[in-house]
Design a protein around this ligand. Structure first.
Ligand SMILES: Cc1ncc(COP(=O)(O)O)c(C=O)c1O
Length: 496
């Protein structure tokens, strides 16, 4: 019988929520994890599904023995969960796993789509893209033209549809595809991917959507509202941003874009026959896109997450996260001297659970270090592998500091100022986590000299506490963990 947990029950099923660390003031408290945009925590029930599979573990690509059949069936199930997750029709789309995150899938697609239509040498990528959805296209697919965003820095919005149409008009028959994220990893701002798809298709271009920052937070249907011109051609994402660390990257691609062409990677498991003179590829999807032994356990863990989230319902998950997001935005806006990046008006510019900000006069590295050391709040700082976007958002401030962000050699001078602090939410984020962040920021804002006096910075803009150090190996030492595990082993009777 299927079980349908509540959002509250599922959101507590994360073993890492209990993690506690000792802080600079000697307190030992629970960690407030606000770094989900980098990687989410592991969902317990999905992990337990993998533990249950382990006694049957074997390779795929065979039906010869019980275990191989069990594992094949579980791996197929994971593919079906992915297709169902984005509501993709299995007749038209295939889902395949690649690499350890969406970077692998995006590189694959860039090479594949470039080979498919070599005469179309232009890719339009938005200015807000993570490097993973920019550099592969620059390297493999030709010339990348960056799409501007609506609004003015620092309150930039989503992709500017008028500018997109203008660029498509200016380059008739030359744009191979549009590469755009469903939501930014810096600001959480949501792009209207189905409207972008309709425009791209009207000019014969395809659309590749990087959904890494979207799928843990909201439903993204590959079909939009059902109009065929709005349908997405490829959706790529990372399982480690969807509560399944260790899972592979995922691509859902319209079969027609892959059929008939040579797969980008070749090897075992995707051929019908090989002779010394040549080889015959299987026509079977997804096998032909998955050369080699797959990351079976990671894929099944991800499949379990997707299934569990669907049982709760993404509409519920999204609504509850938006409540937390509003709480975060309101709290941040009330802190004097705090600047939020990206249009902060949620009704005008929808966002998912990520917010980037700076505190006037305090380097982002200092803020992140102090939040960790004094408040046990885990945030990230820097440029989040989205340098052009971050620089664009910061331009007014950099100009005010009389720094030309585009000048030769500016990067080194800018090190400690070019960046932001980012707080990002997950299913498990509570009002208490957000309150802890806000309390930390208020304290930083009210006594900056106290924090300044306790830190020193290196040339890279990393800040270190002068007296409080906690080397990572004092918190977790893999060798010591192995010793403990082996000690348990020797205490166990060996029974076969
Ligand atoms: C929007 C976006 N795209 C791509 C990536 C790259 O993902 P991965 O490192 O899993 O390949 C990230 C990672 O932060 C991201 O946020």
């Amino acid at each position: 019988m299927s079980s349908f947990p509540t959002n509250a029950a599922l959101s507590r099923d994360f073993p890492a929520l209990a993690t506690r660390y000792r802080l600079a003031d000697g307190r030992i408290i629970r960690r407030h994890y606000l770094d989900s945009a980098a990687s989410t925590l592991a969902m317990g029930c999905a992990r337990r599904v993998v533990d249950d599979l382990l006694p049957h573990y074997a390779n795929t690509h065979s039906q010869a023995h019980f275990s191989a059949r069990i594992v094949n069936q579980a791996y197929d199930w994971a593919h079906r969960q992915v297709l169902r997750w984005v509501q993709a029709d299995p007749v038209c789309y295939t889902a395949f796993f690649a690499g350890s995150g969406c970077t692998a899938g995006l590189n694959r697609l860039a090479r594949t789509l470039a080979a498919r239509r070599p005469q179309r040498r232009i890719v339009l990528a938005s200015l807000m893209e993570h490097h993973a959805n920019d550099l592969p296209h620059r390297k493999h697919a030709g010339q990348v033209i960056h799409l501007p965003l609506s609004g003015q820095a620092p309150a930039l919005g989503a992709v500017d549809l008028v500018a997109l149409e203008h660029l498509l008009e200016q380059h008739p028959g030359q744009v191979n595809y549009v590469a755009v994220s469903a939501a930014s990893n810096v600001t959480g701002i949501v792009n209207p991917v189905h409207d972008i798809a309709a425009l791209a298709h009207a000019y014969g271009a395809w659309i590749v959507v990087d959904a890494s920052q979207s799928l843990a937070h909201a439903l993204l249907s590959i079909n939009g509202v059902g109009a065929t011109e709005q349908t997405l051609d490829a959706v790529v994402f990372s399982g480690h941003k969807l509560y399944a660390p260790g899972s592979p990257g995922v691509a859902v691609v319209r079969r027609a874009l892959l059929e008939g062409g040579e797969p980008d990677e070749v090897g075992g498991g995707m051929v019908d026959d090989v002779s010394l003179a040549g080889y015959q590829l299987t026509t079977h999807f997804p096998d032909r896109e998955e050369a080699g032994t797959p990351n079976i356990l990671g894929a099944v863990q991800l499949g379990a997450v997707l299934n569990a989230l669907q049982r709760v319902g993404m509409a519920t998950i999204h609504a509850e996260e938006q409540t937390r997001l509003r709480q975060l935005l309101t709290g941040l806006a009330a802190i004097p001297g705090l600047r939020i990046y990206g249009d902060p008006d949620l009704d005008r510019t929808p966002r998912l659970g990520t917010v980037a900000f700076n505190l006037n006069g305090l380097e982002h590295g200092l803020v992140a270090a102090a939040l960790n050391d004094y408040f046990n709040v885990a945030v990230r700082n820097g440029c989040f592998c989205a340098h052009p976007y971050v620089r664009e958002l910061l331009k007014p401030e950099l100009w005010a500091l009389e720094i030309d962000p585009d000048a030769e050699g500016a990067a080194q001078r800018l090190k400690s100022w070019q960046g932001m602090v980012r707080a990002s939410l997950g299913l498990y984020t509570t009002a208490e986590d957000i309150a802890a962040l806000l309390a930390g920021l208020r304290d930083l804002q009210s006594r900056p000299d106290f924090y300044r006096a306790h830190y020193t910075a290196d040339r890279e803009g990393n800040f270190y506490h002068r007296t409080f150090t906690t080397p990572a190996e004092t918190l977790f030492d893999p060798e010591a963990a192995l010793d403990r595990a082996l000690a348990q082993l020797s205490a166990m009777p060996t029974v076969l």
